[in-house]
Each structure stands twice: as C-alpha cells, then as structure tokens.
Ligand binder design. Structure first.
Ligand code: ZN
Length: 241
C-alpha cells in the first residue's frame, strides 16, 4: 500500500457491517486503531508494508474491544426537531416552525428554526457557528482588558470545525476556536478563551503562561479537566444519523 494514502474499507464484525478509514503512514511501526468520537467510526493507521488482509485480520482480533468501546460512546444528537442541545450550559429543545420567517432564533429553553425541514440541520449549524463566533469575540474582547500591557494586540477571531484542538493563537495575534465549544459549559468556554488570550503574552505553556491564566481566570483546573474528560462529547452534536 502506498504511504500517505487514505483508503476506506468495510468489515463485518459480530454480524454488523462497519466502515473503517485506513491511513498508511511510513512512520507507523504497527497497526493502530481508534474510534472517532464524532461518530464511532473506525480509524486505522498502518505501516506501508502491511497488506489489506493483515489489516482485516487485525480488526477481527480487536472485535471485542471495538464492541465494548462502541457501546460506551455517547449517542449522536442530530440537529432535528425535538432534540435537545446544551448551549453554553443551558438546554435548548429544537423547535421547527415551518411557517415562521425569522430564520433561527433563541428563546429561553428553545431553539426555533423556520423554513423547510430539509434545511433544518444546515440552518442550525450555520446559526450556531455564528453564535459561537459572536460569543467568543465578546468574551475575548471583555477578557482582553485583563491582559498585561505588553501583550500582543488581539487580532481576528475565527471559528473552525477542529476536532483535536479547541483553540489556537497565531503569532500575529489571531485566535481560532472550535465552534463546538458552544456546547460546553460557560466555565469551560471561558477557560479556552482565557487560555488562548494568555498566548498573546506567552506563546508556550511555561509556568509564566499558567500563572497568567490563573490570574485571569482563578481556578481553571476543573474546566481543564472537563475538556480532557468530556471534550470529545462536543463532537456528537449535529452528527448525521
Ligand atoms: Zn495553549
């Protein structure tokens, strides 16, 4: 198999057809497997010397582990009528209002979506992305007043659909965040903003960096450990069923 390739495959495990993504990496020493938090799909990495047959045999040998892990994954929550979404710590039920002409709007406990049902998932995602960006921008501007005077100026704020990093800070002072932080509790959301702002002073994770985070945020350990423990649960919202 050629290195750098990504292929897809299917395997039958315990009577169920499962799709997997296979990435061939020259740096891989052996076959490794993980489950994507977003949808429980199988992600396999293998060295180029391995054959497709060996990959299949490996997956079969891991079928017990795979079944166990799949059973503990949180269920995906599609963007569909009557589903509930946590938005910055409060639960909102999705209500479809086909005849309204207001786009998407929030009221206490309810996320209203107008228009045709076919467009509901995309409309909700567009709305939540821009809501996330607006809230992140507001929080970052507000919090930036706490930064020391020698901090680099706060640049642009963008949102992306990253799955491995919740936020990043460029050397030019632009901050980028995962829009899915909108599903996290306020405390956690706030911590990620403060963390990236602190990189406007320290580009590393030195002791001075963590001291600044603590000065700005107070006790941040619980938010940090929430992200480590529960962060992947933010990826299940809006997953296709
Ligand atoms: Zn960092």
């Amino acid at each position: 198999m050629r290195s750098g390739d990504t292929q897809t495959g299917q395997i039958e495990l315990a009577g169920e057809q499962l799709a997997y993504r296979l990435r061939i990496s020259p740096r891989a020493r052996r076959i490794t497997l993980r489950l994507a938090a977003r949808d429980g799909s199988l992600q396999v990495t293998a060295p180029p010397t391995v054959s497709r047959r060996q990959v299949q045999a490996f997956l079969k040998s891991q079928s017990g582990w795979i079944a166990q892990r799949r059973a503990t994954l949180p269920d995906p929550v599609p963007f569909a009528a009557d589903q509930e979404l946590p938005i910055l710590g409060d639960l909102y039920a999705i209500r479809h209002c086909p005849d309204a002409r207001r786009g998407v709007w929030l009221e206490p406990g309810i996320l209203n979506v107008s228009g045709h049902g076919d467009h509901l998932p995309r409309r909700i995602e567009d709305f939540l992305r821009s809501y996330a960006r607006q809230q992140l921008t507001q929080e970052a501007r507000h919090r930036s007043a706490q930064l020391p005077l020698d901090a680099r100026p706060l640049g642009r704020i963008t949102v992306r659909d990253t799955t491995s990093r919740w936020g990043s800070c460029s050397s030019s002072g632009n901050l980028s965040f995962s829009w899915r932080l909108v599903f996290a509790p306020r405390e956690v959301f706030d911590y990620v903003v403060v963390h990236e702002l602190a990189h406007l002073v320290h580009l590393d994770h030195s002791r001075a960096f963590w001291r600044l985070v603590k000065d700005m945020k107070g006790d941040f350990e619980s938010a940090r450990s929430w992200l480590r423990r529960e962060g992947s649960s933010l990826l299940r919202y809006g997953a296709k069923t």
